[in-house]
Design a protein around this ligand. Structure first.
Ligand SMILES: [Mg+2]
Length: 257
């Protein structure tokens, strides 16, 4: 059951070795940018010995540039789990995923709903997923016509991706390459705000839902059912709130009891 982030105990906070965070709606603010306060929070996490990594639906080049700006040392997972690196400017990790199912699904949806489906420009930088908007056709109607691809709604854009590819699965596969394979899912805290983060919340026991007022209530309800902790503030301010709590109780466990 979901509880307040204040229930994160000093014992848990001291166990955390890696924070994996979504970007849009989790680190960003209402104007879709990352504030200096959030950047500072990320830096403080790294300074306190917690690796920070990004796990997002954004493209790999976009995420690597952001990761460099933030100065983080953890993994980078782009395209909602489709592509991954252990660190900025590192080698791509071979995940064995294909873009074919997403491209075939895009073609099919375009034929069926020519006026509704609009591709986004950054598809040319993508290796596994495909991003699109649907104007006037419901997402569930689109899903009825998919075979080997899934359609995921981030609340910002729709992603078509090969069935089975998810943020949670990819992060799980990466763990064996980090810290000599000594990290377990219980040493990780995952942060997210939308249904694209559901797999992270299901596969990692220490999960934090960041409130995003943009999402529909049934969307938030599904997330509430699987996530462990929730912020009080929304968007990037929520991330800072929860991360600051984790750092506070790591250092001063007695004061926060
Ligand atoms: Mg998000």
């Amino acid at each position: 059951m979901i509880t307040s982030y204040r229930e994160i105990t000093p014992e848990l906070a001291r166990r955390i070795r890696l924070v994996m965070t979504d970007v849009d709606g989790t680190l960003t603010d209402a104007s879709d940018s990352i504030s200096s306060v959030v950047s500072e929070t990320v830096r403080r996490l790294e300074d306190s010995g917690v690796m920070v990594g990004l796990v997002s639906g954004r493209t790999l080049p976009g995420l690597e540039s952001l990761a460099s700006d933030l100065g983080i040392s953890g993994p980078i997972i782009a395209e909602n789990g489709g592509v991954a690196k252990l660190k900025v400017n590192g080698n791509l990790i071979a995940m064995g995923y294909s873009r074919k199912p997403a491209l075939e699904a895009l073609e099919k949806l375009r034929m069926m709903f020519p006026d509704a489906i609009k591709e986004r420009e950054d598809n040319r930088y993508r290796m596994v997923d495909v991003v699109l908007w649907s104007h006037g056709v419901d997402v569930n109607e689109l899903r009825r016509h998919l075979d080997d691809a899934e359609l995921v709604d981030s609340g910002y854009i729709l992603h078509l991706v090969q069935k089975g590819v998810s943020k949670g699965r990819t992060l799980n596969m990466l763990l064996r390459h980090i810290a000599d394979g000594q990290l377990s899912p219980a040493d990780v805290v995952v942060f997210g705000d939308s249904l694209t983060d559901l797999s992270l919340f299901e596969m990692f026991p220490h999960s934090v839902l960041i409130i995003n007022p943009r999402h529909a209530s049934e969307h938030m309800e599904r997330l509430h059912n699987v996530c462990r902790y929730v912020s009080e503030l929304s968007l990037g301010a929520g991330f800072t709130q929860v991360a600051s709590h984790i750092m506070d109780v790591r250092i001063n466990p007695e004061e926060k009891k």
